[in-house]
Design a protein around this ligand. Structure first.
Ligand SMILES: NC(=O)c1ccc[n+]([C@@H]2O[C@H](COP(=O)([O-])OP(=O)(O)OC[C@H]3O[C@@H](n4cnc5c(N)ncnc54)[C@H](O)[C@@H]3O)[C@@H](O)[C@H]2O)c1
Length: 314
């Protein structure tokens, strides 16, 4: 099969490329390299440097006729979406529509969309949140991801285009971009390796559901292989607060640098954790790497990148 991965040179996208390559598929990455890097890619992946909003991106889909479209390219900085909601919508909504319009006439068998299980639910009523929890996004980014899901429902109804919207929890791991949704792990890792302290906003009691990047990539492949159509949470169902996250990271990095607390950021979501029962049932997916082990691998990656020898740990 031929798989086109938008945002393929990014953190999660490059793991998705690896996952499909390992299963013997041909992989094309479409990425404008605004956040991604060529070095993230396996040399067997063909990289096409284009903006998803461009005519060239649509033409690429029409010419290549991939069976699978994994759509990960996005404006994914929540704060930037607040500062410039038009830019967020332009990339995340108009860019996605450009791809879907090309996909519907090109024989694409399934679209697998990277949605969000954090920003889409907003402050949750129940923990962990299942897929039928009300969606109440509190940022333009969350709104544009919810819109992406609604458009997928429309393309399914109107043109019969199957899709899965994978609602990721906070994804972390090797190749992570510090500017993204779960950038906290990349930022803390790089600082801990350099022996620098970290700043935690507020008391550090905010919780998140941290899921390892390669586990998320596997969910993309399973979403193509299985018949399900709709939204599926991809998370661990485990809530971890930021103080605990920092303690685990400092342990993995062998760092004793101090934490400082800064005033809480207004509007920050307090708790986030998603239910993965549906993923288990319809995809046969569950996380395989727990947080302690995932952080150990993440620290090893950033240490190697910084040119320091990877430390034997655990
Ligand atoms: N990291 C997380 O915790 C998380 C959580 C939920 C959802 N997501 C979603 O997963 C996807 C991947 O996120 P990531 O963490 O790997 O981020 P990332 O920044 O590493 O990857 C995004 C990629 O998209 C590319 N891109 C951005 N705008 C583009 C455009 N206009 N045209 C072409 N390429 C463009 C970037 O160059 C980058 O390679 C995003 O859709 C994001 O919203 C991520």
């Amino acid at each position: 099969m031929k798989v086109l991965v938008t945002g393929g040179a990014g953190f999660i996208g490059s793991h998705v490329c690896d996952e499909f390559l390992r299963s013997g598929h041909e992989v094309i990455a479409l990425d404008d390299l605004s956040g991604g890097k060529k070095e993230n890619l396996d040399p067997r992946v063909r990289l096409v440097v284009q903006d998803i909003r461009s005519r060239e991106a649509a033409e690429l889909i029409k010419a290549e006729k991939p069976q699978v479209l994994c759509h990960l390219a996005a404006q994914m900085d929540v704060r930037r979406s607040v500062d410039d909601p038009s830019f967020d919508a332009d990339v995340n909504i108009r860019g996605m529509l450009n791809l879907l319009e090309a996909a519907r006439v090109s024989g694409v068998k399934k679209v697998i969309f990277s949605s969000t299980g954090g920003a889409i639910y907003g402050e949750q009523d129940v923990f962990p949140a299942p897929e039928n929890h009300p969606t109440r996004p509190v940022s333009p980014y969350g709104v544009s991801k919810a819109a992406g899901e609604l458009y997928l429902g429309y393309y399914r109804a109107q043109y019969g285009l199957p899709y899965v919207a994978l609602r990721y929890a906070n994804v972390y791991g090797p190749r992570q971009n510090p500017h993204g949704e779960a950038g906290v792990v990349a930022i803390f890792s790089q600082r801990a390796i350099a022996g620098q302290g970290c700043t935690i906003y507020g008391e550090g009691k905010q919780t998140r559901d941290f899921v390892f990047g390669p586990d998320v990539a596997r969910a993309n492949r399973l979403a193509f292989e299985k018949d399900y159509v709709g939204a599926i949470n991809i998370g661990t169902g485990v809530e971890t607060d930021i103080n605990r996250l920092y303690a685990l990271l400092a342990e993995a990095a062998g760092s004793s640098a101090q934490v400082t607390h800064a005033p809480a950021r207004p509007g920050e979501q307090m708790r986030s954790c998603i239910d993965n029962a549906l993923a288990k049932k319809v995809l046969g997916w569950e996380p395989t790497v727990d947080l302690r082990e995932g952080l150990r691998r993440t620290i090893a990656f950033f240490r190697e990148k910084a040119g320091a020898p990877a430390r034997a740990h655990g």
